[in-house]
Design a protein around this ligand. Structure first.
Ligand code: PHE
Length: 467
């Protein structure tokens, strides 16, 4: 078995280590620490940062949302991520088995909920990724559409959406089939740096636009009344979970491929800050562009389509430069979507491998085909897509996060020792604080968020299906 690059400090850990390893000798592992970090950042960074975050900001009144989002990331997000890491690395199993190992067989059903969430989220995530791919290709071949609202209507549902959704799924499946180190890790090592570079370039470009100042102001100056709005807090909490890939076992599963000696608190911190950094940067690109062209009303209005309508419109008006910039933007978005989709499919694939002794290739294909078929439903209408996003992308995640908190905070016996293992002294302290949060603070905040997410879900279901 390969060793992680990072060398741990000697502690009193070894007895438990051997027990765990003896049972999972053949498990795949990440080749390097950087590989794990980039794969996890790849999972976190995706459509959530560049598609969902900007419209959530616009919906939530701008900077107030950003402030709450940061608070949620620090108070709940990082602690829950570390809790998932603890369970995953401790058990070296995918969610169903790992939860049972940490808390007993009674926790298995939560693992099944994770797998279901993975299937559901990827089913519509891939549809949106399909739009992204299409915009990128069209940008290159024929330029962005002159009437983006119409165009979006034509391509976002039905056959055109399905074709690109299927294509995107095929690419995702083929990477997951190859495995953790050669497929997932290698893809992340190339794709993530590319995404960072593209976004930084776009951010610099956007800072020189005419409306940049106004855009930044909307984005960054909070109106304090909204900080107390439970709806904004709900949206910020759910967005933090979605963006950090929490509450459905993606981070848990990746951590199950770790060598025993990684500094989990440090890596979790790096991953969370990178994710926030990319979302923040995406905002620094999107808002100046939108304000430069006076499109600020549109973004908040049509939620799922916002980015795909307002931005191409802006790119068209900016002529040849806009076309190049636009293609780069959709390229970055595609890259982010792909590395996130990989992690979603990996949760389902790994569960088939661990629970049903299916081989990796067969598992990836089975899981992937199922998702591909399920995706036909959100591809039928934007309303259905919105409903699945609410139910799986928000509600199931915050519920799952609550479950993880209860498990790690109250039930799992060796959580503190597992999290401390391999951590440098400074970050061991971060880990300890995180566990206090997981036990006392995060569950309370999450109950509040769950309540309002539930209300919002019921409301959306009523609006969508009448009654
Ligand atoms: N975090 C991903 C994004 O922001 C989406 C995701 C959610 C991935 C849940 C895995 C699990 O795009």
């Amino acid at each position: 078995m390969r060793k992680g690059v990072h060398v741990a400090e000697p502690t009193e850990r070894d007895a438990t280590v051997e027990k765990g390893q003896a049972e999972a000798v053949a498990r795949e592992v990440f080749g390097t620490r950087l590989g794990f970090i980039l794969a996890a950042v790849g999972s976190a960074v995706g459509l959530g940062n560049m598609w969902r975050f900007p419209y959530a900001v616009a919906d939530g009144g701008g900077a107030a949302f950003v402030v709450l989002y940061i608070l949620m990331t620090l108070l709940v997000g990082i602690p829950v991520m570390l809790a998932e890491f603890t369970v995953g690395r401790g058990a070296r199993l995918s969610p169903i088995g790992a939860l049972a190992r940490a808390g007993g067989r009674g926790w298995k059903p939560l693992g099944y909920v994770f797998v279901l969430a993975g299937l559901l989220i990827l089913s519509y995530y891939s549809v949106i990724a399909g739009w992204t791919v299409r915009y990128g290709i069209e940008g290159i071949l024929s330029g962005f559409p002159a009437n983006p609202g119409n165009h979006f209507q034509q391509i976002s549902t039905g056959m055109p959406a399905i074709v690109y959704h299927v294509t995107f799924m095929l690419v995702t499946i083929s990477i997951v089939m190859v495995g953790v180190e050669k497929g997932i890790e290698r893809a992340a090592l190339v794709l993530m740096p590319a995404l960072f570079l593209i976004l930084i370039g776009l951010g610099l470009w956007a800072s020189r636009l005419g409306g940049a100042g106004e855009g930044y102001a909307f984005y960054l100056q909070p109106s304090f009344g909204e900080l107390l709005d439970p709806q904004v807090l709900q949206a910020a909490g759910a967005q933090a979970f979605f963006s950090l890939s929490l509450g459905m076992g993606a981070m848990l599963t990746f951590a199950s491929y770790l060598s025993r000696d990684d500094d989990l608190p440090q890596e979790g911190t790096i991953i969370a800050f990178s994710d926030f950094g990319v979302a923040f940067l995406a905002g620094l690109v999107v808002f100046p562009v939108i304000f430069a062209l006076g499109l600020s009303g549109e973004v908040g209005q049509s939620t799922v389509g916002a980015l795909f309508i307002s931005l191409p419109g802006a790119f068209v008006e900016m002529g040849a430069v806009g076309r190049v910039v636009g293609v780069l933007f959709f390229l970055a978005l595609t890259v982010g979507a792909l590395t996130s989709a990989i992690s979603l499919l990996e949760v389902v694939t790994a569960s088939l491998i661990d629970e049903f002794a299916v081989r990796r290739k067969a598992a990836a294909v089975t899981a992937g085909l199922l998702v591909t078929l399920m995706g036909f439903v959100p591809a039928l209408s934007l309303d259905l897509l919105g409903v699945v996003d609410k139910v799986a992308g928000e509600l199931l995640l915050v519920l799952g996060g609550f479950g993880i908190c209860v498990l790690v905070g109250w039930k799992m016996k060796d959580a503190a020792a597992e999290l401390r293992r391999g951590a440098s002294p400074a970050f061991a302290a971060v880990g300890e604080k995180a566990l206090v949060m997981v036990k006392w603070v995060a569950p309370v905040i999450l109950l509040y968020v769950i309540y309002f997410t539930l209300t919002a879900t019921v409301q959306l279901l009523r609006d969508t299906f009448g009654g």
